[in-house]
Design a protein around this ligand. Structure first.
Ligand code: URA
Length: 445
């Protein structure tokens, strides 16, 4: 049969009318995204059509692979690696600094972790912005150096390179401003095109659910988790997805340098936040079993805990920073290098009761407004600002109990944030939200 090429508007019309797209039609559309023959308006219309009409696993797989192949796909010289090449990715949330700890922990267990991370999106933070609080850190490292650091240290966390899955960069920037982010097939193709371009052997996904996540219902998160497992599996990358809670920030801080401090303290075994710890160990142990470095989850958990107890993970983190241009003594003296916001303002409860609900998205937006995230893509961020000492759902409070500490550049910005932080915490008599941290673990059938 001759492949009759459709105009982009015809491809959009088919999807709009709930017809499935052939592999060639998807390929042509993605080719047009990269060549520039498809306009931003057409990307927006296509994304909205997919948002409403969905894509089945075949269409989503084709879109993912077509997007992956718009750039380089990393090759690893296996003779130089004596362990599996793996990665972890989160669908995005508030106070989620897991990658900073898990990458060096996995590397200490014998895996290699080439982690390509993103900047913050909307209200959610990004690993790259957190690392940008470390002076000198080359988060825009070139691919050769990145691969060298992975080989030498075992892990490297860098930013998205324009040479990996460039179609996603263009499609994502249109989705971001056209209310088309929250679509299962589009999120799957976006995340996996980049992850598959890194040439990994296995992946663990942290699909966040709740009022601080893109998937606000558990139903949508499970659908996303399953879709990612299926599409990655069809592409030859075994994947496990965990569905985890984002009805409150994961760490007790939200803000770039503040989360780096939290990560350093965890790695140095100085402070172990139980929620953060639970997610790190769950993700890490699933991945160690999936990639064959361990056979039982309990043993994997022991191995991971050991990397903290014996200082191995802290050492890897320190080396990664040094190899990527940061200070050699960063882990010993993080406060010497991280910017500290000049203004601190405590937010105190006005009532007595239980922290019964937290508007997590609002807390994320407050960090953005303080300057810790971007309102426009070209904005510079201030890594020092954010929120720390965040109260948790279920905490008992009386008038004057601290709910959060604001870190701001100016008193005015701190005052503006104060009322909003107060409004983010609902003090009541009972807990209104589901708080179970690990909601589900989704694997290939
Ligand atoms: N993260 C991504 O990289 N893409 C999405 O679509 C959503 C979250």
């Amino acid at each position: 049969m001759v492949n009759k090429q459709l105009l982009p508007e015809e491809i959009i019309r088919r999807k709009r009318d709930n017809q499935s797209l052939t592999n060639d039609q998807i390929q042509d559309f993605i080719d047009g995204v990269v060549s520039g023959s498809v306009t931003d308006g057409q990307i927006a219309a296509f994304s909205m059509a997919v948002f409403f009409q969905h894509m089945d696993v075949r269409e989503c797989s084709k879109m993912t692979l077509a997007m992956r192949d718009t750039g380089n796909v990393l090759r690893w010289d296996r003779s130089r690696f004596n362990g599996p090449i793996v990665d972890k990715h989160s669908s995005g949330g508030v106070g989620d600094c897991v990658s900073l700890m898990l990458a060096p922990m996995l590397a200490s267990c014998g895996a290699y972790v080439p982690m390509i991370s993103g900047r913050g999106l909307g209200h959610s933070g990004g690993t790259l912005d957190k690392l940008s609080s470390i002076p000198g850190y080359l988060f825009r490292s070139d691919i050769d150096h990145f691969q060298k650091v992975v080989e030498t240290v075992g892990c490297a966390i860098v930013g998205q390179s324009a040479s990996l899955a460039p179609a996603d960069g263009r499609i994502y920037s249109v989705r971001d401003v056209t209310a088309t982010v929250e679509s299962v097939p589009l999120i799957t193709a976006s995340i996996l095109s980049k992850k598959l371009a890194a040439g990994i052997d296995a992946l663990v996904m942290d699909v966040k659910t709740g009022n601080g996540a893109f998937a606000d219902t558990t139903k949508m998160a499970i659908e996303l988790a399953d879709n990612i497992v299926q599409v990655a599996g069809l592409a030859g990358v075994p994947t496990v997805s965990l569905v985890t809670d984002m009805n409150q920030p994961l760490a007790s801080s939200a803000g770039n340098a503040l989360e780096v401090v939290e990560a350093v303290r965890y790695l140095k075994n100085e402070k172990c936040d139980p929620r953060l710890d639970e997610v790190i160990l769950a993700l890490g142990s699933e991945l160690l079993v999936l990639c064959g470095l361990e056979t039982e989850r309990v043993d994997a958990i022991k191995l991971l805990k050991n990397t903290i107890a014996d200082g191995m993970a802290a050492e890897r983190f320190s080396k990664m920073i040094a190899f990527l241009g940061g200070p050699h003594d960063f882990i010993e003296k993080p406060q010497k290098y991280l910017q500290d916001a000049p203004i601190k303002l405590s937010v105190k409860s006005e009532h007595m009761g239980t922290v019964s609900d937290i508007d997590t998205r609002l807390l994320g937006l407050i960090v953005v407004e303080l300057g810790g995230g971007r309102l426009r893509p070209q904005d510079e961020i201030d890594t020092s600002v954010g929120l720390s000492h965040l109260a948790r759902i279920g905490d008992k409070v009386v008038p004057n109990t601290q709910l959060a500490l604001i870190h701001a550049k100016t008193s005015q910005e701190a005052e503006e944030a104060h009322q909003k932080v107060l409004e983010s915490f609902r003090i009541g008599e009972k807990i209104y939200k589901e708080v179970k941290l690990i909601r589900d673990i989704r694997k290939a059938a």
